[in-house]
Design a protein around this ligand. Sequence first.
Ligand code: ATP
Ligand code: MG
Ligand code: MG
Ligand code: MG
Length: 439
Amino acid sequence: MRLSRYFLPILKENPREAEIVSHRLMLRAGMLRQQGAGSFSWLPMGKKVLDKVCAIIREEQDRAGAQEILMPTIQSAELWRESGRYDDYGKEMLRIQDRHERDMLYGPTNEEMVTDIFRSYVRSYKDLPLNLYHIQWKFRDEVRPRFGVMRSREFLMKDAYSFDLAYEGARAAYNRMFVSYLRTFERVGMKSIPMRADTGPIGGDLSHEFIILAETGESAVFCHRDFLDMKVPGADVDYADDAGIARIVKDWTTPYAATEEMHDDKAWDAVADGDKVAARGIEVGHIFHFGEKYSKPMGAKVTGPDGKEHFVSMGSYGIGPSRLVAAIIEASHDENGIIWPEAVAPFDMALINMKAGDAECDRACDELYAALSAAGCDVLYDDTDQRPGGKFATADLIGLPWQIIVGPRGVAAGEAEIKNRKTGERETIPLSAVAARFG
Ligand code: ATP
Ligand code: MG
Ligand code: MG
Ligand code: MG
């Protein structure tokens, strides 16, 4: 992509409304446009990152055996009356009426709707286990939308729902999602810590929040230092092996870790002082086992091997991809801007033409752009007529992992300079070696 053609509305000034660094950087780097309280448009570069995050989430959901669907954003109040949550959910739910004065709502979550899908089709335990997920916009009328997409009113959520014959299977489904969350957050470049958590309006009795530590996090969290260097299972993890998956979950739930609501002073006292991490954290994912909470009132049941009918045992599993993008920036930036982990970077590299309009520089850059693209790299080519200082500032701000810098002196010597955004390390290599280096 040529920067001269790219819709990247960079802001020179720090937006005053942005209280935390991720919000500030997302606005400055032209990723977002605020449309109203807690409501944002994702501009091209923001959308690209969001898509990359979603692609990783999808891969890890699919790998763990979940199947993607897509449910509507607007739901009928009837379903929510069946579960009893229509009245319980409170003011966070946006209630709407259609032209026939039927009560509708903009979904804050989808337990009821997916349970309705399930009960319409599935009759036998032989069709279990089943896990259905979607990635869809949610609306919650937050009391205090703030911090940009970190706590917005309309936000993207990946929500998965598992159905099993009984607790044992449901626990195995929970464990698979637990492991897939560890892998998902690691793949987007983040260290997440699963913590015992409160279940809130979703309900249930077993629940973990996946927390990324950050000073600006809204939750107070407490965990053992061991979590900071625990090894996440690889891509070859065997989701068909319930016992193996359960062992991984056991390892990851043995050291102390709890959010404020579930914090247990006695257990905390037992942790050696030097091992205590009391910090702030961002909730990027949350998993719940809630058994028959929805299947019973909504009549979602299957025939078991015993020939009898059983209400299915369920769980639900959420990740906020839009919040996750902000959380990645909270965890990975410096005073000059964003530092994208490679897996979610909107482009692989910035190709910086220091003297656009100079025939030799243009030719060398055009050739590099073609060669890098042919080698499979996604390049943002700064072909604008800005001065070099401005170009470097933009490249640092938008945080692509690599900068390839081409100026008149380098071209004369047949060389380009390569800068690593994260380490700041610079290296000079022959122009002819650049494509091979990254291809
Ligand atoms: P919070 O405690 O931050 O209000 P929650 O516990 O209400 O979140 P869940 O119902 O557990 O949220 O939803 C699953 C995931 O959706 C959360 O872990 C988070 O990543 C994301 N999420 C929830 N609310 C928001 C929001 N207002 N803006 C952006 N993402 C959100
Ligand atoms: Mg909430
Ligand atoms: Mg919460
Ligand atoms: Mg939660």
